[in-house]
Design a protein around this ligand. Structure first.
Ligand SMILES: C[S@@+](CC[C@H](N)C(=O)[O-])C[C@H]1O[C@@H](n2cnc3c(N)ncnc32)[C@H](O)[C@@H]1O
Length: 355
């Protein structure tokens, strides 16, 4: 056995200890989000543990230990004399749930994802992953939080106008399908902006459909219909002016089949707007990116797991559908035009496909 090099051992130890620290602190950042502690800190300025506990209706001793740990991790600042505060930047990231950069929801979802590890351990033996619904209602809620602000703030004013002629058609009255619509946030935004158009959401997940029904009802829109693809698949009659697939093809057990259905469902002059993960073309290229570690982790917790939730599943996973593979998939189904839409996003790529 080769003798470990002392310097390399020390570097590996630092690296792994940093990861261990981050993992444990991150769980308690998520707890702080769930308990509303960052919102209280943002509103209060400098506070003592007793003041924060009182404002949040919590036990002072527990809040104090949390604050001490958060200050040690430099998430919360210690101002001396028993007072703690957060910077406006941390407040934006952890307390402003409507901000595009909000990360609080992702931290709050960590226990749900990590809690799946025993079931995922079994998937390593059987090869079969967990469907979206087998991950529980919390997974649908996490997904909704992850994407919600982008749909609310950028989909209608920024993204749709970048597609050829789509806004004019939606304004005049178009028929639209959002396949893999999740909690229906994108559908609601489009339905509010384009009341003359009819919107249809297609989903496999009962939890997602339930959230979508609630969101549609809360928005008071009457131009959205939701369909469970198990009994109401996409009709193959070239009826849709616009089809959207937002962050879902790489999660599907049979993406090629769904793409073939989309080809049959879209009008000859229709548009398919595709959003999917902006992975690099190869594993070697992904290794050079900062997002790869969390993306491969998310894949095992969710995306690849869902894409392998049936025997023979495609199993693409989070980074499994980069632009070259997407182009192959789309052109292979008989779409003759495919182009990248130049929209910036921390982890998504955008494409327009036309028959
Ligand atoms: C990561 S989520 C994205 C949801 C939503 N588009 C959003 O952006 O919030 C992927 C969704 O695809 C759905 N899905 C997976 N396979 C599907 C299929 N064959 N047909 C329709 N939806 C599917 C899942 O249930 C899940 O809700």
């Amino acid at each position: 056995v080769p003798t470990p090099d002392r310097d390399k051992l020390s570097a590996a130890l630092d690296e792994l200890n940093g990861m261990m620290t981050a993992a444990h602190v991150a769980g308690l950042v998520g707890l702080g989000v769930r308990l509303g502690l960052y919102e209280r800190l943002a509103a209060a300025g400098a506070v003592t543990s007793a003041e924060l506990a009182r404002a949040a209706g919590l036990d002072e001793r527990w809040v104090r230990e949390w604050l001490h740990g958060q200050a040690a991790a430099r998430v919360v600042g210690y101002d001396g004399d028993g007072h703690f505060s957060i910077t406006p930047e941390v407040a934006l990231l952890l307390a402003d749930e409507d901000h595009l950069f909000y990360l609080g929801g992702s931290f709050a979802g960590i226990p749900n994802r990590v809690g799946l590890v025993p079931q995922i351990e079994e998937a390593f033996r059987t090869g079969i992953g967990l469907s979206f619904d087998e991950r529980g209602a919390a997974a649908a809620a996490d997904t909704e939080r992850l994407f919600r602000n982008w749909y609310r703030q950028l989909l209608v004013p920024v993204a749709l106008p970048m597609l050829d002629g789509v806004v004019d058609r939606l304004t005049a009255g178009a028929t639209v399908a959002d396949v893999g619509c999740g909690a229906g946030v994108a559908l609601v935004e489009m339905a509010l902006a384009f009341p003359s158009s009819a919107f249809h959401g297609y989903e496999v997940s009962a939890h997602a459909l339930e959230r979508a029904a609630t969101n549609v009802a809360a928005a008071g829109v009457d131009n959205v219909e939701l369909h469970d693809v198990a009994d109401a698949p996409l009709p193959p009659d070239e009826g849709f002016d616009l089809i959207t697939t937002f962050d879902c093809l790489h999660d599907m057990t049979a993406p090629a089949e769904v793409v073939a259905e989309i080809r049959k469902a879209i009008r000859p002059d229709g548009t398919w707007f595709i959003v999917d993960i902006n992975g690099a073309a190869t594993f070697e290229d992904n290794l050079q990116t900062r997002m790869a570690p969390i993306m491969y982790a998310m894949s095992v917790y969710g995306c690849m797991s869902s894409a392998l939730s049936e025997p023979g599943g495609a199993g693409l996973g989070t980074l499994g559908l980069p632009e070259p593979r997407m182009r192959e998939l789309v052109e292979g189904a008989g779409f003759s035009r495919f182009r990248r839409i130049p929209l910036d996003h921390p982890f998504n790529a955008f494409y327009e496909a036309r028959p």
